[in-house]
Ligand binder design. Structure first.
Ligand SMILES: Nc1ncnc2c1ncn2[C@@H]1O[C@H](COP(=O)(O)OP(=O)(O)O)[C@@H](O)[C@H]1O
Ligand SMILES: [Mg+2]
Length: 234
């Protein structure tokens, strides 16, 4: 890498990159004008590489968001972060986010036996005032010792206090989970919500706000899809 480091949020990330030996590509994809590659490094770390043209200005930086969430969770229910490193290569920005590798089994779809763990995991993440905004099965991993963990906080929202806005956002997240995660399966949702609310342990008004926000988010999306001439549950 012949380039000029312009910012270094953690020396640990740089040290891991410089001393790494064995790289294995796990995933590569283009999202808008950003290339995202995910590598397993030395069997112990995950390096997430973001490549984008210098002229592109992002409103939210996924690496800083993911790093902040992982640091807040501090190894609970998610990998630890070793920080991120930003470099300039000609007219491109390259950012590396380094995190702990979780040995285990990526989840591809949720089956009924996953639901209690999904409910408890999301409730714990939400109670730390983090909304993942991306709770689809491929972002969960079952570790070798059987724990369910969440791996992708690139779209997440961090809240600094408990309040109505947090509960509204939780409702949106649950609406998305019902659609993307549970594929509208009513049985999965019916077994999810009692466990989720018990674990979350919030007040009755907060719970009502989450519930109402979830139903409104679903209603609005269905209305939009219908107006677009598409299936309401697409
Ligand atoms: N810490 C991790 N440990 C093990 N596997 C991981 C880890 N982070 C990501 N992965 C694997 O890499 C895939 C892509 O990572 P992800 O963070 O979801 O990238 P993207 O932001 O491109 O969706 C995940 O679906 C998961 O299988
Ligand atoms: Mg992902």
């Amino acid at each position: 890498m012949s380039n000029q480091p312009i910012r270094d949020s953690a020396l640990a990330a740089e040290n891991i990159l410089r001393s790494s030996r064995h790289w294995e590509l796990l995933q590569k994809r283009m999202v808008k004008n950003m290339q995202r590659s995910v590598f397993r490094v030395d069997g112990r770390y995950v390096a997430k590489k973001y490549e984008l043209p210098l002229i592109v200005r992002l409103r939210r930086l996924p690496w800083t968001i993911e790093d902040a969430c992982l640091r807040r969770l501090d190894g609970d229910d998610a990998p630890r972060s070793f920080g991120w490193l930003e470099e300039i290569e000609a007219d491109r920005r390259v950012v590396w986010l380094l995190k702990e590798y979780i040995a285990g089994y990526p989840v591809s779809v949720f089956v009924p036996s996953d639901v209690p763990d999904v409910a408890r995991l999301l409730a714990r993440i939400h109670s730390r005032r983090i909304i993942t905004d991306d709770a689809h099965p491929q972002n969960f991993i079952r570790s070798l010792d059987g724990r369910l963990m969440f791996t992708d906080f690139g779209r997440a929202r961090l809240h600094f206090c408990h309040g109505p806005f947090l509960f509204v956002r939780i409702g949106w997240e649950l609406a998305k989970l019902r659609r993307q995660g549970f594929q509208w399966d009513p049985d999965l949702w019916a077994s999810f919500h009692p466990i989720y609310f018990r674990e979350l342990g919030c007040s009755a008004p907060s719970r009502a706000l989450i519930w109402i926000s979830c139903e409104i988010a679903i209603g609005v999306r269905m209305a939009r899809k219908t107006l677009q001439g598409k299936a309401s549950r697409s």
